[in-house]
Design a protein around this ligand. Structure first.
Ligand SMILES: Cc1ncc(COP(=O)(O)O)c(C=O)c1O
Length: 430
């Protein structure tokens, strides 16, 4: 594992220029497949007797560099990149779980993930109990004999609750199930969940890691610490019918999970990342440390400005002293609390929609983590399919406006919101 620091790894990890013809930039290996030396070489690759590239749905040299870089940045043993953050989560869960299994998940989740767990996976017989993660023992309390995974977002989107990782990973360890976390919102620069006991880290690379808003991508990073032979995961200790009798734990030890993700998960579910997108994501990743610091700095400044504004009813940002997550934020995210800020205006739901309509610099769209500032009204968009009760559980009130604060000049961002607030006719202020 690399001993170099984060910013150096963000630029160099995984790329040995002597193996890519001396190219200083990571090349795009835009190929579906790889010519085998001969039939024996082909058989060895398929039989895992020697490493190498087979087919881009399984592995690709551009993707491989991104995978090594992400593993280095998160402190994991290995990573697999996928077509989107959603593909990463779905692939990780479907590699581990089968019909009849159960997940305990935080209720503070991105709306798409909530739907996956609440509606789609139950159709396959995989059910989820959602719990309030602010009490870590809720995870154990909701566990059943068939529980196989604890899942949470390290910084919930859009609730912005900071997870007590140490406490929840202790619960997962005691219950002998892997603790899977989605670390998309902090990015690995602000938080490394593996250092606090997480077993598997999921990222949507679409967001801060890419930052340029051009490409979808996802990643699964394995800490390599979980004991898959603890009796709860027989598919790791018994011969796999899906891979000619391979006993994953015996053959691959602590790399059993990430190997299964690649050789069965990517093979069978097909959620591979395009090498072109991997290239785009690598361009972004190189500057992540500088960008995410600026996002955090701007978000804090804007949250403080909003808090002092007379038209604003409430502001939520874990870097604000008034936030109930401030202490956990200082503990787990001391370098900055990322770029998402939520707030409500005194005019409530109607004013929220108007703000989303009228900003000029903040673009109205469904994404986060772009270098450019973004805005959305989740109750009428991303979280529309959830019931009112579910919306509240995921942290979405009707009046909530979510900002993804970009790296523009802070004075221009304030001016954009100020002009909109002045435009909104608010009967309560009149
Ligand atoms: C926290 C979080 N995780 C996962 C996802 C899904 O990522 P993708 O859009 O790359 O599938 C999102 C998307 O907004 C997200 O905010």
């Amino acid at each position: 594992m690399s001993t170099q620091k984060f910013a150096t790894n963000a630029l160099h990890a995984g790329h040995d220029v002597t193996k890519t013809g001396g190219t200083r930039a990571v090349p795009i290996y835009q190929t579906t497949s790889y010519v085998f030396n001969n039939a024996e070489h082909a058989a060895n690759l398929f039989g895992l007797a020697e490493p190498g590239f087979i087919y881009t749905r399984l592995n690709n040299p551009t993707n491989d560099i991104l995978e090594q870089r992400l593993a280095a940045l998160e402190g994991g043993i290995a990573a697999v990149v996928t077509a989107s953050g959603t593909a990463a989560l779905t692939t990780a869960l479907l590699v581990l779980l089968k019909s009849g299994d159960h997940i305990v998940a935080s209720n503070s989740l991105y709306g798409g993930t909530y739907n996956l767990l609440n509606v789609t996976l139950p159709r396959l017989g995989i059910t989820t109990t959602f719990v309030d993660p602010s009490n870590p023992d809720n995870f154990t309390k909701a566990s059943k004999e068939n529980t196989r995974v604890f899942f949470a977002e390290t910084l919930g989107n859009p609730k912005l609750d900071v997870l007590d990782l140490k406490a929840i990973s202790a619960e997962a360890k005691a219950f002998k199930v892997p603790f899977i976390v989605d670390n998309t919102v902090p990015s690995p620069y602000l938080l490394n969940p593996i250092a606090y006991g997480a077993d598997i880290v999921i990222h949507s690379l679409t967001k801060y890691i890419s930052g340029n808003g051009t490409s979808l991508g996802g990643a699964i990073i394995d800490a390599g610490n979980f004991d898959w032979s603890n009796g709860k995961f027989p598919e790791f200790t018994e011969p796999s019918a899906g891979y000619h009798g391979l006993v994953y734990h015996e053959a691959l030890g602590n790399a059993a999970f990430i190997a299964k993700v690649r050789i069965e998960g990517l093979r069978d579910f097909g959620g591979a990342l395009s090498p072109f997108n991997a290239f785009q994501i690598i361009q972004g990743l190189e500057t992540l440390p500088i960008r995410i610091q600026k996002h955090s700095e701007n978000a804090l400044a804007l949250a403080e400005w909003l808090e002092a504004h007379e038209d604003v009813e409430w502001v939520n940002y874990p870097g604000l002293k008034s936030s109930k997550y401030y202490e956990l934020g200082q503990q787990y995210l001391p370098k900055g609390q990322s770029g998402i800020v939520t707030f409500g205006l005194k005019g409530g739901y109607e004013s929220a929609k108007k703000v989303a309509d009228q900003t000029k610099l903040f673009s109205l769209l469904a994404n986060i983590g772009d270098t450019k500032s973004l805005i959305i009204h989740p109750a009428s968009t991303t979280h529309q399919q959830l019931s009112d009760e579910q919306q509240l559980a995921t942290g979405v009130s009707k009046d909530l406006i979510r900002l993804s604060v970009g790296i523009e000049d802070i004075e221009d961002l304030k001016a954009d919101l100020k002009a909109v607030f002045a435009n909104i006719k608010n009967p309560q202020l009149a």
